[in-house]
Write a protein that binds this ligand. Structure first.
Ligand code: EPU
Length: 433
């Protein structure tokens, strides 16, 4: 399936810098919360239904992984799925899917917590640098598990079939490791204390969902989380509503700043994007926010945005997942800007394509670039290297002069629901071929 999707491409006719997009866009449910929520179904006796689930490739792959280990996954309707653990369980993760999707590692926490063993290959994912799993291996060892390298993968197991609560200090803040151990603690024996946790809103949302159904978790959203093991309530009819995707929201915000007359971003949560909104406002973008809506407007055609220096950072700092779209913004801002990617190495490689499009970008080192703007971009043939750079190429193609082709749209489909429909609706000339 992936192979056929990979052959699809987007063809986009650029606006030559004109700010003509207009209308509204509804933000979908967040990929990076629905994946751990799906993984958490391993912890529940009677399963649950999730609504506002984005129809994206990563959700399909996670669903396949779950089915293969013994979770019943049923699509009730568009964006509505139910998950329920079956009688038979297999503790070996599918090799092909796990190797392609880093988020597969989220399953290890609940699987070990419930069954005391898991086998998985080294997880893959987007091409954004080395993605080690030392935090996971060390954390499970602290919880009393043994780890063996086996068959190009890892077998992790406990002697007594149960993880023990433990104090785990993460040497660096990791989004997925925090979620994995938060779930591991729920069925572990005794108290688990996690220190130097990541603080992303998706983590708080996952913890809130588990707490609503009986988990004893304190401190999610801060750097120390405490979990008392003991399990979940046997609630019937549990429903989870997926929170809005803050990265999709930020991407539309940047697109709106660059090319819309007026764009209303609906069903989003502006509070999760404070840093992005602040930086864009300081740069001169006109943004107004209300509880679940952001409006970005360009009513002065002569408006020039100012360059800024940005450093990606764990939440609440500037998200690495918006680094690529923001770099496109900086190609259109006045003067010199810098972008310093501090989370992933190799996540600036896509910028050589922006240079081909006409951007002036100086690579200081693999982590830092300088962007001189504004520069007019020209349409080109591009290939999406990962989810976020793929979306950035869409934004670059929209503002450019002429036609662009973006290959490898599978990566974009991994993270964005109905992207071409949403873009067409606000006036983008985009076709999937
Ligand atoms: N790291 C280690 N050892 C580990 C785990 C992580 O050294 O055992 C390092 C990573 O190499 C990286 C840093 O820790 O340098 C932070 O990575 P983190 O673990 O936080 O990333 P992740 O959990 O694998 C999630 C998102 C990413 C997002 C990052 C950072 C999911 C499914 N993925 O990844 O999203 O970029 O956090 O916010 O939640 C995307 O959606 O396109 C995407 C890549």
């Amino acid at each position: 399936m992936e192979e056929t999707i990979k052959k699809e491409k987007f063809v986009i006719k650029g606006l030559s810098g004109k700010k003509t997009l207009n209308g509204s866009v509804k933000i979908s449910g967040a990929k990076n919360v629905v994946l751990p929520i799906m993984a958490s179904s391993i912890l529940f006796e009677d399963g649950f239904t999730a609504t506002n689930v984005p129809e994206i490739e990563d959700v399909k792959r996670m669903g396949e992984l779950l089915e293969q280990i013994g979770i019943g996954v049923e699509q009730r309707n568009k964006n509505i799925y139910s998950f329920k653990i079956g009688k038979k369980f297999n503790t070996e993760l599918n090799r092909d899917i796990s190797k392609k999707m880093r988020a597969s590692i989220l399953l290890t926490g609940p699987m070990l917590s419930r069954f005391g063993e898991v086998y998985f290959p080294h997880p893959g994912g987007c091409v954004i640098g080395k993605r080690p799993i030392d935090l996971f291996v060390n954390g499970f060892k602290k919880m009393g598990a043994e780890v063996r390298d086996e068959n190009d993968g890892y077998k992790i197991f406990t002697q007594k079939g149960k993880l023990n609560g433990a104090e785990i200090f993460f040497n660096l803040q990791s989004h997925t490791a925090t979620e994995t151990f938060l779930m591991a603690g729920v069925l572990a024996k005794g108290k688990t204390i996690l220190k130097n946790c990541a603080m992303e809103p998706e983590i708080t949302n996952l913890a809130d969902f588990l707490v609503t159904h009986g988990a004893k978790i304190k401190g999610a959203g801060t750097s120390t989380i405490e979990i008392i093991g003991g399990g979940l309530l046997k609630d019937k009819k549990i429903e989870y509503v997926t929170m809005p995707d803050r990265i999709e929201t930020g991407s539309f915000l940047i697109l709106g700043a660059l090319s819309a007359k007026k764009l209303i971003i609906e069903k989003c949560n502006p509070d999760d994007l404070e840093v992005v909104i602040n930086i864009l406002k300081e740069s001169g973008v006109r943004i107004t926010t209300s509880k679940n809506e952001i409006i970005v407007e360009n009513n002065n055609p002569k408006q020039i945005f100012n360059g800024v220096n940005i450093k990606t950072h764990e939440y609440p700092g500037f998200p690495t997942d918006l680094q690529a779209p923001m770099t496109i913004f900086l190609t259109q801002a006045q003067g010199e800007s810098t972008m310093f990617e501090t989370i992933f190495e190799g996540r600036l490689n896509y910028t050589e394509n922006l240079v081909r499009m006409g951007a002036e970008i100086l690579v200081w080192n693999p982590y830092k670039i300088e962007i001189k703007g504004p520069r007019k971009l020209k349409g080109k043939k591009l290939e999406s290297p990962d989810i976020r750079a793929g979306l950035a190429f869409i934004i670059a193609s929209i503002i450019a002069k002429g036609e662009s082709e973006i290959d490898n749209v599978y990566y974009i489909d991994r993270g964005y629901e109905n992207i071409e429909e949403k873009l067409s609706k606000i006036g983008v000339n985009i076709k999937r071929i």
